[in-house]
Design a protein around this ligand. Structure first.
Ligand code: FCB
Length: 467
């Protein structure tokens, strides 16, 4: 397999990692005092998760993290991006701390450090405590304060060992899908709640940055945005307007206020009623880097019945290659996004998620071959390399995901793992893609270790940036 690995040189100190999130992998939903989250609730509602399924057990990472860390070590990754389950540490979202839950994150972090893997902790990957949802969730302005208090708790507990912090994962996915489309928890379709949630999540992000700065010495703080070019399904005016509105939600509603203190023109007037004096300055705080989650372009069509006038369209029939789930594969769009993001906000970029969902089962020998995922990773890492060569300041890459796991509305039907999980037995099997990634990292690192090679690519990048 080594022959398929392009002999690129990569920047010095480039971080190679894998990512997961708490609700998707931890399981142990009712162990050791964890409280319910909005996703536990959603999983009980008929029809919300494809073929049923819940986060009750999933990969049981809560109990099996030592084995998972051993796998990460065997892959040779530098870093593990995970998220903290808010209801595991604060079962009611605020107030009484669940010490058993806190102790889990101590053990996880200590074990990672002992394995020489850097912990990257994300404070919110979509699992708000149900008790806070009952008080209005993100639509309530108080949510910014609840989140700041929870962030302080975690920063004080883990900040001596965890230096890499992520405030939120994919702001626009959980606000749009959760408040306007009923594709994510809490499953509302409510324009006002959506607008309020956007603003309050932005406020929560800004307050969280302040909390992390004041509680964690040498904190390196980032926010993870999903950005994907939005293409109209047809060239007609209606689909183009729909694409512009989806772009405002998807790509702009969070990075623009957080980094430029302004809402995108298409949403500004609608959000204005909830913006109080001083809010924009509170939202726009200095961060150290941007996380990019990227899979492929998305397609919009006009839908007058939808609250924002757009609907999701399929990728055109002639789209290059399709993953099993129908997500389009356009590595060039990834390259262009990295360049655009780096130039627009002038911050270092880490790819915090990228990967491919394909359902591959063990063969008669027990091996799991996933050639589509390997091909995807090859072309996307090559596209990332092109972006760096063109001047994008990309510092790291996290494959989504380490493990097959609960994939939100897709349940267990769309696994993204480099590692296959048999959910009956909890047996982990490295897929071909895991072996590919391990080889890839080893080779990439050998170019990083060569100072001449590594500085040359940065120098070229800097020269390209200067134009
Ligand atoms: C992203 C999510 C992540 C996972 C991948 C496939 O939108 O952040 O949890 O579901 O998609």
């Amino acid at each position: 397999m080594k022959t398929n690995i392009p002999a690129h040189t990569w920047p010095r100190d480039f971080t190679w990692g894998v990512a997961t999130s708490a609700f998707q992998v931890e399981g142990a939903a009712r162990e050791d005092g964890r409280g319910p989250s909005i996703w536990d609730t959603r999983c009980t509602l008929p029809g919300k998760v494809h073929k049923g399924g819940s986060g009750d057990v999933s990969c049981d990472h809560y109990n099996r993290y030592p084995e998972d860390i051993a796998i990460m070590r065997s892959l040779g990754v530098d870093a593990y991006r995970f998220s903290i389950s808010w209801p595991r540490v604060l079962p009611a979202g605020r107030g009484k701390v669940n010490e058993a839950g806190m102790a889990f994150y101590d053990r996880l972090v200590d074990s990672l450090l002992a394995a020489d893997i850097e912990p990257w902790a994300c404070l919110y990957h979509w699992d708000m405590p149900q008790a806070l949802e009952n008080l209005g969730g993100w639509a309530a302005r108080d949510s910014a304060g609840w989140f700041a208090d929870y962030s302080a708790l975690m920063a004080q507990r883990l900040g001596d060992r965890v230096k890499r912090w992520i405030t939120f994962n994919e702001f626009s996915v959980f606000t749009l899908f959760g408040y306007a489309m009923d594709w994510c928890a809490p499953g509302l379709v409510d324009r006002t709640a959506n607008l309020r949630a956007i603003h309050h999540v932005n406020l929560a992000h800004g307050r969280c940055v302040d909390v992390l700065r004041s509680n964690v010495r040498d904190a390196s703080i980032g926010a993870v945005h999903n950005r994907q070019v939005v293409r109209p399904a047809t060239p007609g005016d209606a689909d183009r307007s729909a694409a512009a509105m989806l772009d405002a939600h998807w790509n702009l509603a969070f990075p623009e206020p957080q980094l430029r203190a302004t809402y995108p023109a298409l949403l500004a007037e609608a959000i204005e009623p909830w913006v109080q004096a001083g809010d924009m300055a509170q939202i726009c705080r200095r961060i150290d880097w941007l996380g990019l989650n990227h899979y492929g372009p998305i397609f919009a069509k006009a839908d007058p019945t939808a609250i924002w006038g757009f609907g999701w369209a399929d990728a055109p029939a002639d789209a290059p290659v399709r993953e099993d789930i129908g997500w389009a594969i356009f590595p060039d769009a990834f390259r262009d996004e990295l360049i655009e993001l780096s130039q627009r906000y002038k911050l270092p970029v880490y790819v915090t998620e990228n990967g491919c969902g394909t359902l591959d089962k063990p063969d008669a020998t027990g091996a799991v071959h996933d050639p589509k995922r390997v091909a995807y990773l090859e072309t996307y890492t090559a596209a990332m390399h092109e972006a760096i060569t063109a001047g994008a300041d990309v510092r790291g890459y996290f494959a989504w995901s380490l493990l097959d796991s609960f994939e939100w509305g897709a349940g267990y039907t769309n696994p993204f793992g480099l590692v296959h999980v048999d959910f009956e037995t909890q047996k982990r099997t490295l897929k071909s893609s895991a072996r590919w990634y391990a080889n890839f990292i080893e080779q990439a690192r050998s170019t990083q270790a060569n100072p001449a090679a590594v500085t040359s690519i940065r120098r070229r990048g800097a020269a390209n940036r200067r134009g």
